[in-house]
Design a protein around this ligand. Structure first.
Ligand code: NAD
Length: 338
């Protein structure tokens, strides 16, 4: 199949491009490089010997997208492109609504025009907001607590309305919990610009001395050690989840929604301890105030995705095997199976 991957040079997109190539598909990527570089794709080509057609433009630019669809025949689109920082979205809501919604609408419009109706969308567990209970099942009501989460819930709503038009759309939304880690090759990984928003890249930057200390946001949550509990899923498992979803799209005029998680939670302090043990590096930290919009505990129910997509995580225990400084900027962390 010829798969168009939006946001394909970013963290999760690039790992998915790799898994798609390994699964024998042709891959094209659109990315405006607002939060990534083309280096990830160059490395994937080096690793696999397979070409990736790369198109550097903003999805909001419908004319360029239209031209791309006129010149190619795509079977499926995987839509990763978007802004993803919860904290930033609270301070810059317009930026988030504009980019995440406009890019998706532009994409769907062009797909519709060219008769490409198979779409896999990167949603997030943040759509659930504070859950009434854990594990979180897909049928729970959505109460996002920040603009980023609202964009994901709104896009899910838009996609659900699109399938109701009975024009043959087959759409899957995957709600990721907390993707971490890097491909086993250590050739690609997570390389955020500025101060990382997510725990593991933050710890990695402290471990290699790029940052002095980790900030643990809140140790007064109602959890066993007071720190937040999240469901950390290996990025390669997330990537493989996309390949599984592509092979089992819902029937025409239907939308499917699945959690992608491990079904198990770990606290911030547990993650720090595990990282210290595995890497032999000290991780100094200070406790800071809770971040607005953060939630005490969430982890996924994975029964539905196991049942319907026959997918489950292969990497459960995180055991960082290497912490590498690549050039002056890049930090990659490899996580292997225990
Ligand atoms: N990483 C996580 O923890 C997480 C969790 C849940 C959901 N998600 C979602 O998964 C998707 C991928 O996340 P990621 O961690 O790989 O992020 P990322 O920032 O590494 O990748 C997103 C890519 O999209 C590109 N992009 C953004 N806006 C664009 C636009 N208008 N046109 C073209 N390209 C654009 C960026 O340059 C970047 O390469 C996002 O939609 C994110 O919201 C991520």
């Amino acid at each position: 199949m010829h798969v168009l991957v939006t946001g394909g040079s970013g963290y999760i997109g690039s790992h998915t491009v790799l898994e798609l190539l390994k699964d024998g598909h042709q891959v094209s990527v659109v990315d405006n490089l607002s939060n990534s570089s083309e280096e990830s794709l160059r490395r994937i080509t080096k690793m696999t010997g397979k070409k990736i057609a790369f198109h550097n433009f903003d999805l909001v630019e419908g004319d360029q997208l239209d031209k791309l669809f006129s010149n190619n025949s795509f079977d499926v689109v995987m839509h990763f492109a978007g802004f993803k920082a919860v904290g930033e979205s609270v301070y810059k809501p317009i930026k988030y609504y504009q980019n995440n919604l406009d890019s998706t609408l532009s994409l769907c419009q062009v797909m519709s025009k060219h008769g490409v109706k198979k779409l896999i969308f990167s949603s997030s567990a943040v759509v659930y907001g504070p859950p009434d209970r854990v594990p979180i099942t897909e049928d729970m009501l959505l109460h996002p607590t920040n603009p980023y989460g609202h964009t994901k819930a709104m896009i899910e709503q838009i996609l659900s309305d699109i399938v109701q038009t009975n024009q043959g759309w087959e759409i899957t939304a995957l709600r990721y919990f907390n993707p971490i880690g890097a491909d086993e090759s250590d050739m690609i990984g997570e390389d955020p610009t500025g101060i990382p928003n997510n725990l593991v890249p933050y710890i990695s930057q402290v471990a290699v001395g790029k940052l002095d200390k980790l900030k643990v946001f809140g140790n007064d949550y109602d959890t066993p050690d007071g720190t937040g509990i999240r469901d950390y899923i290996h990025v390669t498992d997330v990537a493989k989840g996309h390949v599984a979803a592509m092979h089992k799209l819902p029937r025409p005029n239907h939308m499917a929604i699945y959690n992608l998680g491990t079904g198990k939670g770990n606290s911030v302090l547990e993650v720090i301890e595990a990282f210290k043990k595995a890497s032999g590096k000290d991780i100094p930290y200070v406790v800071a105030a809770r971040r607005p919009g953060d939630i005490a505990e969430y982890f996924a129910s994975v029964s539905k995705v196991k049942d319907k997509l026959n997918w489950q995580v292969e990497k459960i225990f995180f055991r960082p095997v290497k912490i590498l400084g690549v050039g002056s900027q890049k930090i990659l962390m490899g996580i292997a199976n225990s």
